[in-house]
Design a protein around this ligand. Structure first.
Ligand SMILES: [Zn+2]
Length: 256
Protein backbone atom coordinates (compact mmCIF):
# COMPACT_ATOMS: atom_id res chain seq x y z
CA UNK A 1 0.00 0.00 0.00
CA UNK A 2 1.37 3.41 -0.99
CA UNK A 3 0.39 6.13 1.49
CA UNK A 4 0.38 8.88 -1.11
CA UNK A 5 -2.30 7.13 -3.19
CA UNK A 6 -4.79 6.63 -0.35
CA UNK A 7 -7.60 8.84 0.96
CA UNK A 8 -7.41 9.16 4.74
CA UNK A 9 -10.50 7.11 5.67
CA UNK A 10 -9.04 4.19 3.72
CA UNK A 11 -5.87 4.18 5.83
CA UNK A 12 -7.75 3.63 9.11
CA UNK A 13 -7.89 -0.14 8.88
CA UNK A 14 -4.15 -0.33 8.12
CA UNK A 15 -3.20 1.65 11.19
CA UNK A 16 -5.61 -0.42 13.29
CA UNK A 17 -4.08 -3.72 12.28
CA UNK A 18 -0.43 -2.93 11.44
CA UNK A 19 2.32 -0.80 12.94
CA UNK A 20 5.10 -1.05 10.34
CA UNK A 21 6.08 1.46 7.65
CA UNK A 22 8.69 1.42 4.88
CA UNK A 23 10.31 4.79 4.23
CA UNK A 24 12.30 4.90 0.96
CA UNK A 25 15.37 7.14 0.80
CA UNK A 26 18.15 7.97 -1.60
CA UNK A 27 19.98 10.98 -2.91
CA UNK A 28 20.02 13.36 -5.84
CA UNK A 29 23.69 13.41 -6.75
CA UNK A 30 26.07 12.78 -9.61
CA UNK A 31 26.42 9.16 -10.63
CA UNK A 32 29.01 9.55 -13.36
CA UNK A 33 28.63 10.29 -17.06
CA UNK A 34 26.23 7.37 -17.64
CA UNK A 35 23.62 7.36 -14.82
CA UNK A 36 20.96 9.87 -13.72
CA UNK A 37 21.28 11.97 -10.56
CA UNK A 38 18.12 10.20 -9.35
CA UNK A 39 19.87 6.80 -9.27
CA UNK A 40 19.81 6.26 -5.50
CA UNK A 41 16.28 7.45 -4.85
CA UNK A 42 14.93 5.51 -7.84
CA UNK A 43 16.51 2.36 -6.38
CA UNK A 44 15.30 2.95 -2.80
CA UNK A 45 11.79 3.72 -4.02
CA UNK A 46 11.63 0.69 -6.33
CA UNK A 47 12.52 -1.71 -3.50
CA UNK A 48 10.15 -0.14 -1.00
CA UNK A 49 7.21 0.04 -3.42
CA UNK A 50 7.73 -3.51 -4.74
CA UNK A 51 7.98 -4.99 -1.24
CA UNK A 52 4.99 -2.97 0.00
CA UNK A 53 2.99 -4.39 -2.92
CA UNK A 54 4.12 -7.93 -2.14
CA UNK A 55 3.51 -7.80 1.61
CA UNK A 56 0.71 -5.25 2.03
CA UNK A 57 2.84 -3.10 4.36
CA UNK A 58 2.69 0.65 4.07
CA UNK A 59 5.19 2.59 1.95
CA UNK A 60 5.55 6.33 2.49
CA UNK A 61 6.68 8.89 -0.09
CA UNK A 62 10.41 8.91 -0.91
CA UNK A 63 13.05 11.16 0.63
CA UNK A 64 14.89 12.21 -2.52
CA UNK A 65 17.65 14.43 -1.15
CA UNK A 66 20.11 13.31 1.50
CA UNK A 67 23.65 13.76 2.78
CA UNK A 68 25.66 14.20 -0.45
CA UNK A 69 28.00 17.10 0.23
CA UNK A 70 30.92 14.85 -0.75
CA UNK A 71 29.70 15.01 -4.38
CA UNK A 72 29.40 18.81 -4.41
CA UNK A 73 31.96 19.45 -7.17
CA UNK A 74 29.80 17.80 -9.83
CA UNK A 75 27.00 19.65 -11.63
CA UNK A 76 23.54 19.18 -10.17
CA UNK A 77 24.34 17.36 -6.93
CA UNK A 78 21.88 18.41 -4.22
CA UNK A 79 22.40 17.93 -0.49
CA UNK A 80 21.42 19.06 2.96
CA UNK A 81 23.74 19.37 5.93
CA UNK A 82 23.79 16.28 8.18
CA UNK A 83 22.11 17.92 11.24
CA UNK A 84 19.22 19.15 9.04
CA UNK A 85 18.83 15.66 7.56
CA UNK A 86 18.81 14.00 10.98
CA UNK A 87 16.30 16.47 12.37
CA UNK A 88 14.03 16.03 9.35
CA UNK A 89 14.16 12.23 9.51
CA UNK A 90 13.54 12.19 13.25
CA UNK A 91 10.62 14.55 12.87
CA UNK A 92 8.89 12.60 10.12
CA UNK A 93 9.44 9.30 11.93
CA UNK A 94 7.95 10.75 15.13
CA UNK A 95 4.99 11.98 13.09
CA UNK A 96 4.34 8.45 11.82
CA UNK A 97 4.07 7.26 15.42
CA UNK A 98 1.11 9.59 15.95
CA UNK A 99 -0.82 7.33 13.55
CA UNK A 100 0.21 4.17 15.36
CA UNK A 101 3.42 3.22 13.55
CA UNK A 102 6.05 1.99 16.02
CA UNK A 103 8.52 0.26 13.69
CA UNK A 104 10.09 1.68 10.56
CA UNK A 105 12.45 0.37 7.91
CA UNK A 106 14.45 3.08 6.15
CA UNK A 107 14.80 1.53 2.69
CA UNK A 108 17.92 3.49 1.89
CA UNK A 109 20.03 3.36 -1.27
CA UNK A 110 22.65 5.98 -0.45
CA UNK A 111 25.68 5.21 1.72
CA UNK A 112 26.07 8.83 2.85
CA UNK A 113 22.76 8.63 4.71
CA UNK A 114 23.65 5.52 6.70
CA UNK A 115 25.40 6.88 9.84
CA UNK A 116 22.75 9.59 10.19
CA UNK A 117 19.83 7.19 9.88
CA UNK A 118 21.44 4.99 12.49
CA UNK A 119 21.87 7.94 14.82
CA UNK A 120 18.19 8.89 14.37
CA UNK A 121 17.11 5.29 14.92
CA UNK A 122 19.21 5.00 18.08
CA UNK A 123 17.74 8.20 19.50
CA UNK A 124 14.13 7.16 18.79
CA UNK A 125 14.78 3.81 20.42
CA UNK A 126 16.44 5.38 23.44
CA UNK A 127 13.34 7.56 23.85
CA UNK A 128 11.18 4.42 23.37
CA UNK A 129 9.19 6.20 20.67
CA UNK A 130 9.81 3.84 17.78
CA UNK A 131 12.16 1.19 16.50
CA UNK A 132 13.62 2.40 13.20
CA UNK A 133 16.31 0.51 11.31
CA UNK A 134 18.22 1.14 8.11
CA UNK A 135 18.38 -1.35 5.24
CA UNK A 136 20.54 -1.18 2.13
CA UNK A 137 19.85 -3.60 -0.71
CA UNK A 138 23.49 -4.44 -1.48
CA UNK A 139 24.28 -5.25 2.17
CA UNK A 140 21.48 -7.83 2.12
CA UNK A 141 23.04 -9.82 -0.75
CA UNK A 142 26.85 -9.31 -0.54
CA UNK A 143 27.72 -12.72 -2.02
CA UNK A 144 25.55 -12.27 -5.10
CA UNK A 145 26.99 -8.79 -5.70
CA UNK A 146 30.51 -10.24 -5.48
CA UNK A 147 29.63 -13.13 -7.77
CA UNK A 148 28.13 -10.94 -10.48
CA UNK A 149 30.84 -8.26 -10.72
CA UNK A 150 34.63 -8.23 -10.71
CA UNK A 151 34.81 -4.55 -9.74
CA UNK A 152 31.75 -3.39 -7.85
CA UNK A 153 32.56 0.24 -7.54
CA UNK A 154 30.73 0.99 -5.31
CA UNK A 155 29.59 4.48 -6.31
CA UNK A 156 28.10 4.55 -9.84
CA UNK A 157 29.61 1.13 -10.46
CA UNK A 158 28.13 -1.85 -12.27
CA UNK A 159 25.74 -2.88 -9.49
CA UNK A 160 23.89 0.45 -9.54
CA UNK A 161 24.17 0.59 -13.34
CA UNK A 162 22.57 -2.85 -13.66
CA UNK A 163 19.67 -1.89 -11.40
CA UNK A 164 18.92 1.30 -13.36
CA UNK A 165 19.26 -0.60 -16.66
CA UNK A 166 16.48 -2.82 -15.31
CA UNK A 167 14.33 -0.21 -13.53
CA UNK A 168 14.67 2.86 -15.79
CA UNK A 169 16.51 1.83 -18.98
CA UNK A 170 15.73 5.09 -20.79
CA UNK A 171 17.79 7.00 -18.19
CA UNK A 172 21.02 5.02 -18.74
CA UNK A 173 23.54 6.21 -21.33
CA UNK A 174 24.66 2.75 -22.45
CA UNK A 175 26.98 4.35 -24.99
CA UNK A 176 29.01 5.90 -22.13
CA UNK A 177 29.74 2.75 -20.10
CA UNK A 178 33.28 2.41 -21.45
CA UNK A 179 33.93 6.10 -20.85
CA UNK A 180 32.63 5.73 -17.29
CA UNK A 181 35.08 2.88 -16.67
CA UNK A 182 38.07 4.41 -18.45
CA UNK A 183 37.86 7.93 -17.00
CA UNK A 184 37.01 6.77 -13.46
CA UNK A 185 38.88 4.37 -11.18
CA UNK A 186 38.42 0.63 -10.48
CA UNK A 187 38.18 1.03 -6.67
CA UNK A 188 39.17 3.35 -3.83
CA UNK A 189 42.54 1.61 -3.33
CA UNK A 190 43.50 2.53 -6.92
CA UNK A 191 43.27 6.24 -6.08
CA UNK A 192 46.06 5.77 -3.48
CA UNK A 193 44.35 8.20 -1.14
CA UNK A 194 44.44 5.72 1.76
CA UNK A 195 47.80 6.57 3.28
CA UNK A 196 49.34 4.53 6.11
CA UNK A 197 45.86 3.49 7.24
CA UNK A 198 44.26 6.94 7.02
CA UNK A 199 41.57 7.90 4.54
CA UNK A 200 43.04 11.21 3.37
CA UNK A 201 40.11 12.01 1.05
CA UNK A 202 36.83 13.68 1.86
CA UNK A 203 35.12 14.19 -1.49
CA UNK A 204 34.42 11.81 -4.36
CA UNK A 205 36.37 14.24 -6.54
CA UNK A 206 39.52 13.52 -4.49
CA UNK A 207 39.44 9.95 -5.82
CA UNK A 208 37.80 9.97 -9.21
CA UNK A 209 37.76 12.53 -12.03
CA UNK A 210 34.40 11.45 -13.47
CA UNK A 211 32.73 10.73 -10.12
CA UNK A 212 32.46 6.93 -10.30
CA UNK A 213 34.31 3.69 -9.55
CA UNK A 214 34.22 0.16 -10.91
CA UNK A 215 33.74 -1.49 -14.29
CA UNK A 216 30.40 -0.28 -15.63
CA UNK A 217 30.71 -2.39 -18.82
CA UNK A 218 30.02 -5.43 -16.63
CA UNK A 219 26.42 -4.29 -16.01
CA UNK A 220 23.35 -5.72 -17.75
CA UNK A 221 19.63 -5.41 -17.13
CA UNK A 222 19.50 -9.20 -16.61
CA UNK A 223 21.93 -8.85 -13.67
CA UNK A 224 19.76 -5.98 -12.44
CA UNK A 225 16.72 -8.28 -12.31
CA UNK A 226 18.70 -10.87 -10.35
CA UNK A 227 19.87 -8.27 -7.83
CA UNK A 228 16.42 -6.76 -7.50
CA UNK A 229 14.66 -10.05 -6.89
CA UNK A 230 17.22 -11.40 -4.44
CA UNK A 231 17.35 -8.21 -2.36
CA UNK A 232 13.55 -7.81 -2.45
CA UNK A 233 13.25 -11.30 -0.93
CA UNK A 234 15.55 -10.20 1.87
CA UNK A 235 13.48 -7.09 2.53
CA UNK A 236 10.25 -9.12 2.59
CA UNK A 237 11.81 -11.37 5.23
CA UNK A 238 13.02 -8.39 7.23
CA UNK A 239 9.47 -6.95 7.23
CA UNK A 240 8.05 -10.25 8.43
CA UNK A 241 10.67 -10.55 11.18
CA UNK A 242 10.12 -6.98 12.35
CA UNK A 243 6.32 -7.23 12.31
CA UNK A 244 6.48 -10.39 14.43
CA UNK A 245 8.49 -8.79 17.26
CA UNK A 246 6.93 -7.51 20.46
CA UNK A 247 7.56 -3.77 20.81
CA UNK A 248 9.05 -4.23 24.31
CA UNK A 249 11.59 -6.70 22.90
CA UNK A 250 12.78 -4.08 20.40
CA UNK A 251 13.45 -1.49 23.10
CA UNK A 252 16.74 -1.01 25.00
CA UNK A 253 17.64 -3.50 27.71
CA UNK A 254 17.37 -2.56 31.38
CA UNK A 255 20.51 -1.42 33.19
CA UNK A 256 22.36 -4.47 34.53
ZN1 LIG B 1 24.40 5.60 -5.76
Amino acid sequence: MYLGDEAWPDLESYFESESLALVPLGSTEQHGPHLPEATDHLIGEAFARAVADRTGYLCTPTINIGVSGHHRQFHGTMWVEPPAFRQYMESLTRNLTSHGIDRVIYVNAHGGNVPHLREVGARLRQDEVAYAIEWMWNDSIPELVDDLFEQNGPHGGPKETALIQYLEPALVHDDRLEEARDTGIPDVEAAETIKHGSRTFYDAADNTDNGVLGDQTDATAAKGVQLFEAASDQLVQLCEWLAAQKFEDLMPREHV
